[in-house]
Design a protein around this ligand. Structure first.
Ligand code: G4F
Length: 322
């Protein structure tokens, strides 16, 4: 079995490829050419990197995708590449729309042209619920995105459904709620906090500036969520699934737990800075993954406190070695 993964250099691409390798898959990943020849998370795993077939390409460049699809002829496509930072999407809405909407359309068109018998997974997001209308959000909840990022994911979500219905393709949307790990980018709040808690503990820094401490998220572990992506493509029929833990915590609670795990009180170190407040906030997310539980047999394994601890310990390890 051959899997093609866009966004392979990020957190989810890394966990997904590791998981698929264990299942005996051959992994082909699309990487954007850059002058430093960096491979994201894989640069910390030279052994793992050797097992992946990398191709230079860009989801906004259909010509590059066509030649990759022609060469790889994947049985499964996992389209994870995105401009994934919500805050950035207000500064760069056009890039966000190009990468997230046009990029998805390009991936689907190449898929349709070269491997229509294959299976396609799209990394959609709980940001599509935005100004939530239900206490707990499921596949049938009303969608009300609050950022250019959320809008782009909603447009791509409907594009995937439309391709499934119009051309009878096996295309699934994973509506993933926030999922984190020690490989999370440092611009996201959980990693920003785990890094700061570790550095403050080691005496390398003395404070942390955050934005909205009251925003609530349903945070799970990326390593658990990539299993759900795989399971969606093992079914007989394509469908859309919410993937979430069902628990919600505030940013302040995350900071509290992270600092507590190194014996510190976050209130002595965390201040708020208006620079990190968003023009329109998604105040609350909590997902209902009962459909994924029922049909895919999927369960998250890592609990909130374990996730926080895992991230802080990894950052302590990284910085105490220096
Ligand atoms: O960590 P965040 O930047 O993640 P956000 O915006 O929820 O988006 C992530 O999850 C989505 C799934 O729901 C993905 F689709 C998306 O690609 C990404 O992975 O921010 C989380 C919350 C927000 O409410 C934000 O306002 O944390 C709040 N926050 C408070 N202070 C902060 C900060 N966020 C960041 N990034 N930095 C802060 O200093």
């Amino acid at each position: 079995m051959r899997a093609l993964v866009s966004g392979i250099t990020g957190q989810d691409g890394y966990y997904l490829a590791k998981f698929l390798l264990e299942q005996g898959y051959e992994i082909h990943g699309i990487v954007r050419r850059n002058s430093q020849k960096t491979y994201g998370v894989w640069d910390g795993d030279e052994q793992g990197k050797k097992l992946i077939h990398f191709y230079y390409g860009d989801v906004t460049d259909k010509t590059s995708l066509d030649s990759i699809y022609r060469e790889v002829k994947p049985n499964m496509v996992f389209h994870l590449a995105a401009q994934s930072f919500v805050q950035e999407s207000w500064s760069n809405p056009e890039v966000t729309y190009d990468v997230n909407i046009k990029g998805t359309l390009n991936m689907l068109n190449s898929f349709r042209e070269y491997t229509p018998e294959g299976k396609f997974y799209f990394a959609c997001s709980s940001e599509i619920y935005g100004k939530v209308q239900d206490e707990i959000q499921s596949e049938s909840s009303r969608m009300w995105p609050r950022s250019p990022y959320g809008i782009s994911k909603l447009a791509a979500f409907w594009t995937c459904i439309n391709y499934r219905e119009s051309y009878n393709l096996f295309v699934c949307n994973g509506i993933l709620f926030n999922h984190e790990s020690p490989f999370r980018g440092i611009e996201f709040v959980t990693r920003k906090i785990s890094l700061a808690a570790a550095k403050i503990k080691l005496g390398l820094e003395n404070h942390l500036k955050l934005g909205n401490l009251d925003a609530k998220r349903d945070w799970g572990f990326s390593g658990d969520y990539v299993r759900a992506m795989y399971l969606m493509l093992q079914q007989d029929n394509p469908d859309d699934y919410v993937i979430a833990t069902g628990e919600t915590h505030s940013v302040g609670e995350f900071a509290e737990a992270a600092f507590r795990s190194v014996g510190l009180d976050y209130r002595n170190y965390v201040t708020t800075d208006p620079k990190y407040i968003r023009p329109a906030e998604v105040q609350y997310l909590r997902g209902d993954a009962s459909k994924a539980r029922r049909i895919l047999g999927w369960e998250p394994k890592v609990k909130f406190n374990e996730l926080v601890k895992m991230m802080v310990e990894a950052d302590l390890g990284r910085f105490s070695k220096r």
